[in-house]
Structure formats: structure tokens, C-alpha cells
Design a protein around this ligand. Structure first.
Ligand code: DX5
Ligand code: ZN
Length: 253
């Protein structure tokens, strides 16, 4: 499915999506307003079920309660997503990304998502994403490329915010990008986990369309300043990407 949400994300990348699990969950409205004022367009909600990964976080009721104009980017780190998809759709997810390792039939989950209607705005569509753990061969995305809108490469093992970025992710992003290009479809590439003030410029320069960062922004003290800084770094990487487009590609007549 395509829709305005996907078209918007495919244009003018890369984008920062901010993980909210380390925000002050008792003042979520204020925390979302901080992101909005900084110019952030997406909020990344890490759903952990205590089965697929060690931690338990939030589910559909909290996603529904988040009042924000930001796109709700829902990352399901859960076992057996298929029967739970409808609850996340009803809660107002604009993007639903599930771990391929948790799904017996990941292709079917994508097909079911294609029939879902965005609860915020039916015209917006729902971006259908798959995520892969650091130990999952990148080739696992290949059979799903005919249905998927978004491929998210995890740079940490699912479980907590604040873990270190696994260096092998760089090569995995490149491999995923090549497979996406080979598909001939317009598919977003994202990277999630361990993106900090120190490495954001480098990570954003790796060619992903979507960069997830959580605890580097909601660090308990300077969310507004962190969001502005991270957003600026991600956008600068996009500008330098554009500058690197070789002459003769038609991108710069
Ligand atoms: C991994 C999650 C990530 C992570 C992001 O378990 O999918 O979204 O919490 O948090 P940071 O940016 O703190 O690594
Ligand atoms: Zn995540």
C-alpha cells in the first residue's frame, strides 16, 4: 500500500524518529510538544512483550493516548504479531514495523496490514515495516520486498534503550540497501538503536531514510536541546548525501 505518509517519508530524507520509552511517561503530552516544537515529525514507540525480548513496555492503550500531530511509528518487538495487528491499527499507528523473527508468516502479516485503514486519517495509509535483529541474515528481507514499505535494521539487540551501536550494522545497512535497490520498489530503510550525539552524524551518513534515536534525546534533562541537535545532524547528513550525487545522474541538471 502506498499513501501520503509513505510518500512523505520517501521524500526529502533522512528523517529522525524519536523513541519515547525513556521520556517522562507521566507527562507524555508535554514530551511530545517538545519534539513538535523542535521540528521532529515522527515518534517511535517501542512495544516489548517480555517474551520476544526481555522488557515489557507499552501497548495499544498508551499509543492511543498519545495526542500528537507526529506520525506514530510503532515498532513491535513481540511474538506472533498477526493476531495483535488490529489493536495497533485501532490505536492509531501510522507505521507498524514488526520483527520478522517473531512472525511465523511475516509475508501474511504484510498482506493483512495492506488491508488496514489508518485510524487517524484513512487517506494517510499505514506504512508496513519489517525489522531484523543483529543476528538475522540480511537476506531474510528478500522474500518480503514485494510487500514491504520499510525495512528497519536493528543496531542493538531488542530489549532496552541506551545500548551501544553494533559496528557490523554499517555493512548490514549497505547490504539491505542493495537488496532494496534490486527490488525496483520504493522502500524506506531505517536504523534503530545506539544512535547518540557522538555517532549520529556518522550513522545518518550511512544512507538510511529513517534514523531512530531514543535515550540520546529523552535523557532526563535536555530533551529539547537534544532533539534540535539530533535533527540538525540527521538533516545535514541528507544534505551531504545530495551533494555527493555524481554528475550525470540527472539529479542536478
Ligand atoms: C531496541 C529498540 C530501540 C531502542 C532505541 O530495543 O528497538 O528503539 O530502544 O533506544 P536508544 O536510542 O536508546 O538505543
Ligand atoms: Zn525501536
Amino acid at each position: 500500500m502506498t499513501g501520503p505518509a509513505l510518500e512523505r517519508l520517501l521524500a526529502d530524507g533522512p528523517r529522525l524518529t524519536v523513541g519515547m520509552i525513556t521520556a517522562d511517561l507521566t507527562r507524555l503530552g508535554d514530551e511530545m510538544a517538545v519534539l513538535e516544537r523542535a521540528g521532529v515529525e515522527l515518534v517511535h514507540v517501542d512495544v516489548m512483550d517480555g517474551v520476544f525480548c526481555p522488557m515489557l513496555t507499552v501497548g495499544p492503550p498508551v499509543i492511543k493516548a498519545i495526542r500528537t500531530p507526529l506520525l506514530k511509528d510503532v515498532h513491535l518487538m513481540i511474538d506472533d504479531p498477526l493476531p495483535k495487528i488490529a489493536a495497533f491499527v485501532d490505536a492509531g499507528a501510522d507505521m507498524i514495523t514488526f520483527q520478522v523473527e517473531g512472525a511465523a508468516q511475516p509475508h501474511r502479516v504484510l498482506q493483512v496490514l495492506a488491508t488496514a485503514t489508518n485510524a487517524n486519517d484513512p487517506a494517510r495509509g499505514i506504512v508496513r515495516g519489517i525489522a531484523i535483529n543483529p543476528s538475522t541474515p540480511v537476506g531474510a528481507i528478500e522474500p518480503l520486498l514485494d510487500e514491504v514499505d520499510y525495512v528497519l535494521v536493528l543496531a542493538v539487540n531488542p530489549g532496552w534503550g541506551g545500548q551501544a551501536f553494533i559496528p557490523a550494522t554499517e555493512g548490514r545497512l549497505e547490504a539491505a540497501r542493495r537488496l532494496i535497490e534490486g527490488s525496483g520498489r520504493r522502500i524506506l530503510l531505517g536504523v534503530d538503536g545506539g544512535v547518540t550525539r557522538a555517532n549520529v552524524a556518522r550513522v545518518a551518513g550511512l544512507g538510511a531514510d529513517v534514523v531512530v534515536s531514543g535515550s540520546a534525546i529523552f535523557d532526563g534533562s535536555a530533551a529539547a536541546e537534544n532533539a534540535t541537535f539530533m535533527l540538525d545532524q540527521v538533516r545535514s547528513a541528507g544534505r551531504s548525501d545530495a551533494a555527493r550525487v555524481p554528475v550525470g545522474t540527472g539529479a542536478h541538471p
